[in-house]
Design a binder for this molecule. Structure first.
Ligand SMILES: [Zn+2]
Length: 129
């Protein structure tokens, strides 16, 4: 089947199921199959960076971790505050999802990982932590 790979790639974006999962008032579509990541607020689609801040803004910075199998050089780990781990359940575990050009996120159900190639971004993300 020479066409199998091509067909798989072409069809994957509409064969995978995209359901919105809600945490509080923030809805998330996060798909491990096609890498889709979208955020929704009460008034419609949210800017992805806003969505990340709304869902995970209260997480505590743990520190930098080695960028193993990460899409960018700088990887930061964040721990949910007590009782807030459910925010991570809106994400598929163990895969990187692109937030925007310079930010990816991943979850292993225990911590949130943010990856960026941009040092300035790291400084912004760690400021106030
Ligand atoms: Zn998908």
């Amino acid at each position: 089947m020479d066409t199998h790979e091509l067909d798989g790639r072409r069809t994957s974006s509409y064969l995978c199921r995209h359901e919105v999962r809600y945490h509080g008032r923030v809805g998330v579509v996060a798909c491990a199959d096609c890498g889709c990541l979208e955020f929704y607020g009460a008034r419609g689609p949210l800017d992805p960076a806003e969505g990340v801040a709304a869902l995970f803004g209260n997480f505590d910075l743990v520190g930098k971790v080695p960028a193993i199998a990460a899409p960018a050089d700088h990887v930061l780990a964040y721990r949910p505050p007590l009782g807030k781990r459910a925010a991570l359940d809106v994400l598929p575990a163990g895969c990187w999802l692109r937030v925007h050009d310079e930010l990816w996120l991943a979850s292993d159900r225990q911590v949130l990982l943010l990856a960026t190639p941009n040092r300035l971004m790291v400084d912004n993300l760690t400021r106030g932590a």
